[in-house]
Design a protein around this ligand. Structure first.
Ligand code: GLA
Length: 386
């Protein structure tokens, strides 16, 4: 972490010939459980991870924005007043989207100066760990500070979410930005996405001798692609056909009626969301009463539902989950939107290398690309670092 702090300042100095005014950072996230429930007004239980994006920033005395990063050679330059949705491609759309979105909410950007910004990160890109939300949230806290906007974290979640939905054009929910802005060390964040009620739930992994292992399949996923949007559309169609504002309004008791009313595919999408909401509540209950060793079966059940009912898994994710389960994980599931990205496994600490070797072997046997595996801990959300 301190290395990355030095690197981001050095990178800024090298690209812009001056030192930054400060450095801000925001983490990626793992979603423990509660997948594809956020945009259905449901429950989620993510945690912020100890992989962060850092933003070094310096205010200018004009309205120009210059952006550079360690992961691309280009420097992007634009006037603050010309920012417009869906006009920018690539990584720069995320920081610029946030600058734009802050002006769409309750902040007046009429008199704020432009800025130079340099980004560095150890959140793997395309792994389903919300590298894009980490950029958005690091930039949101930085601009909130230097522009003295005085916005609370909820408003910054909105800005990140709006940047992603309206400026970039990916119809995602509030899961990723909420975790990145509100996460706390050693804890997960229980969010009711209907009213944005949040509660910090201690994970107790250390005391239980457990680790969360991330298995990045390296199968690239992209939210702007059709799969995510079509799942969301199915959920909306299901809710409309059943006469409810969102699938959150349904319980397991409604599933019989849903099966009679909906076509088979829409029914399965609905069943995933309804049962997943239940699993989140049950996970929270077990974490409070029995501790993390008790939640393994719920993680497994979540994966089955995402694979069979919601159909957002891929063979590489299924193999990662199944192998981890067979070699000692208490539970495992894909995390994030799916169609690639990462699985997580809840593993007794002494079995981590055993599981890693097994997953490596299974991937090699199937001729899949070598997966990237590392443990993560729950870390604190976005903050000023320097
Ligand atoms: C992606 C989106 C989130 C959420 C998950 C699925 O990570 O960005 O808003 O919908 O997929 O749970």
């Amino acid at each position: 972490m301190s290395d990355l702090r030095d690197e981001v300042q050095a990178g800024f100095q090298q690209r812009f010939d001056e030192a930054p005014d400060g450095v801000w950072s925001a983490p990626g996230r793992v979603n423990l459980i509660g997948e594809h429930t956020d945009y259905n007004d449901g429950f989620v239980l993510p945690f912020a991870i100890n992989r962060r994006t850092l933003a070094a920033l310096r205010l200018r005395d004009d309205r120009r924005i210059r952006l550079a990063t360690s992961f691309a050679d280009d420097t992007v330059e634009i006037e603050l007043d010309t920012l417009a949705p869906k006009t920018i491609d690539g990584w720069a759309a995320y920081p610029l989207g946030v600058a734009w979105a802050l002006g769409q909410g309750n902040a007046d950007l009429g008199a704020v100066p432009g800025f130079d910004l340099y980004l560095d990160s150890d959140v793997p890109v395309g792994a389903g760990l919300s590298s894009s939300a980490a950029i958005e949230c690091a930039v949101a806290v930085a601009l909130n500070d230097v522009w003295r906007l005085g916005l609370d974290r909820r408003a910054l979640v909105d800005a990140g979410h709006r940047a992603e939905n309206d400026f970039v054009g990916a119809p995602t929910g509030i899961l990723d930005q909420s975790a990145s802005l509100l996460g706390q060390a050693d804890s997960a964040l229980f969010i009711d996405c209907r009213n944005f009620d949040t509660e910090v739930i201690p994970l107790g992994l250390e005391a239980a001798g457990l680790d969360v292992l991330v298995i990045d399949t390296r199968v690239n996923h992209a939210h702007a692609d059709g799969g995510y949007a079509s799942r969301r559309a199915s959920c909306e169609a299901g809710a409309a056909a059943l006469g409810v504002a969102s699938l959150r309004e349904l319980t397991k008791d409604d599933l019989l009626r849903a099966r009679d009313t909906l076509d088979g595919e829409t029914y399965r999408r609905v069943r995933h969301v309804v049962t997943e909401n239940d699993r989140v509540l049950e996970t929270v209950r077990l974490l409070r009463t029995e501790g993390p060793a008790a939640i393994g079966d719920l993680l497994d059940a979540s994966h089955r539902s995402l694979r069979n009912d919601f159909e957002v898994s891929v063979p590489e994710l299924d193999l990662a989950v199944e192998t981890a389960q067979n070699y000692g994980a208490l539970g495992a599931r894909m995390t994030g939107g799916g169609f690639g990205g990462s699985a997580i496994a809840l593993v007794p600490r002494h079995l981590i290398s055993h599981v890693k070797v097994a997953v490596d072997g299974a991937f090699a046997e199937h001729g899949y690309a070598h997966p990237d595996m590392f443990t993560v801990v729950a870390d604190e959300g976005a903050r000023r670092d320097v």
